[in-house]
Design a protein around this ligand. Structure first.
Ligand SMILES: [Zn+2]
Ligand SMILES: [Zn+2]
Length: 428
């Protein structure tokens, strides 16, 4: 058993309202405590000038395995995660085949264990084969380790099926994660529908294409009293719908992605496919509303929607390229730019949205530095200045919209279950 003393850092743990300069002790795979402990350190890690927090959690990640290993594998995706300071990822089930059985969920966990980089929490399909017709074997998926359900990549079009999914998930105390999109309104769209799409002559996806479905999800959550989580909220209207529903006491949570709080549809003037995703980049008004939602607590989770695509797929014409961008290795600095450098959130407020809050949505035993809990710890250098260069990423893919950005803050050292997995800029 190795004892680690992480010395003199600013220890921030929103799960226990902790923000203080002290030592954090790790004994074997568990957190021992802070301050002075009756332990002898096998290794002392100097964390002066650093932030020491629970390992970051990204609850919206596409790892692509099985089926699309040319884009990403569980091994490369989890290496990218720890390099970004993320110790736990929840992976989306839109693989080939989709994760809709107990054996599928078990396969993902086995591959993650074999890779040994970050924890992977599989999310199971809502419907069999993601076809939106019949419910998947939700009980079996839970047995296999699934922590939530979604057909992400696609909406669940059939409202009755979504109602039953909420009712079943409630029996297991699991959340439903909604990719809120009305496909009839968005079909063929490559960007947000608005002034810019009109000027560029590109087919648009209107804000209503998201908001109609967000409203339906709220209505179904309210009716069933089930737990509903809205993925990648992107419009001002969605933020307001979620805000109002929460006031009424609906069991609802919301998630925002780094790209939706930093970029707008103006980026598409470059015709660069690294600005194409679903939901699309919206207008400045939407960005401002998302930021406001993060500040007032309407949106309690930050997640990347890390969506790798091999370079040749993203090099085609805009209407031929798949949606999505990678995000694990830029998660922290891009959120810092949008939220900390602008003084919208404090470090503890932002870290809560990357640790304890997603842990609560998924009901996973992570996102905390409480004594006795598994020692997943991220040490952040908040002042490290660097330039984003996807050529240096651990991800297999390079579809990053932040190339060349000068940013601040990065993971300095990452501990998983008491073992150092990232240090000196390298996954170890
Ligand atoms: Zn989605
Ligand atoms: Zn997604």
């Amino acid at each position: 058993m190795t004892v680690l003393r992480i010395a003199n850092g600013r220890v921030i743990d929103p799960s226990q309202d902790l923000d203080k300069s002290t030592d954090l002790w790790v004994d074997g795979e568990r957190i021992a405590g802070i301050g002075t402990q009756k332990l002898r350190a096998d290794r002392t890690i100097d964390a002066s000038g650093m932030i020491v927090c629970p390992g970051l959690i990204d609850m919206h990640v596409h790892l692509r395995e099985p089926g699309r290993e040319e884009d990403e594998t569980i091994a490369t995706g989890t290496a990218a995660a720890v390099a970004g300071g993320v110790t736990s990822v929840a992976c989306m089930p839109n693989t080939e085949p989709p994760l809709d059985t107990q054996a599928d969920a078990e396969f993902v966990r086995m591959q993650a264990k074999r890779a040994g980089h970050a924890n992977v929490w599989p999310i199971g399909c809502i419907s069999k084969n993601r076809e939106g017709k019949e419910l998947a074997e939700m009980g079996g998926l839970v047995e296999g380790g699934a922590v939530a359900f979604t057909d992400d990549g696609s909406p669940v079009v059939n409202s009755e099926l979504m109602r039953r999914a909420l009712e079943y998930a409630k029996m297991f105390d699991k959340a439903i994660l909604s990719h809120s999109e009305d496909l009839e309104l968005t079909r063929g769209g490559v960007m947000h529908e608005g002034l810019v799409s009109l000027q560029l002559g590109l087919r648009g996806m209107p804000a209503a294409g998201e908001e109609i479905m967000v409203y339906r999800e709220i209505a179904l959550a309210e009716m069933t009293n089930g737990r509903m989580h809205i993925c990648h909220v992107s419009t001002a209207g969605s933020v307001e719908l979620i805000r109002q529903a929460k006031r009424r006491g609906v069991k609802l949570t919301g998630e925002a992605c780094p790209h939706h709080i930093t970029l707008t549809d103006e980026c598409l003037r470059s015709f660069d496919s690294n600005f194409k995703m679903s939901p699309p980049l919206r207008t400045q008004r939407d960005v401002d509303a998302l930021l406001e939602g993060l500040v007032d607590g309407t949106i309690e989770v930050l997640a990347t929607d890390h969506a790798p695509h091999a370079p040749e797929k993203k090099m085609r014409e805009l209407d031929q390229t798949p949606n999505g961008i990678i995000g694990l290795e830029t998660f922290l600095p891009v959120c810092v730019k949008a939220l900390i450098e602008t003084k919208r959130l404090t470090w503890p407020q932002m870290i809560a949205k990357m640790t304890v809050n997603p842990a609560k949505v998924l009901s996973i035993d992570r996102g905390t530095l409480q004594p006795g809990r598994v020692a997943d710890v991220t040490i952040i250098d908040p002042n490290a200045e660097w330039t984003i260069d996807p050529a240096r990423f651990y991800s297999k893919s390079r579809n990053c919209p932040f190339t060349g950005w000068k940013v601040r803050a990065r993971a300095h050292l990452v501990v998983l279950g008491g073992v150092v997995r990232f240090e000196n800029g390298k996954v170890v």
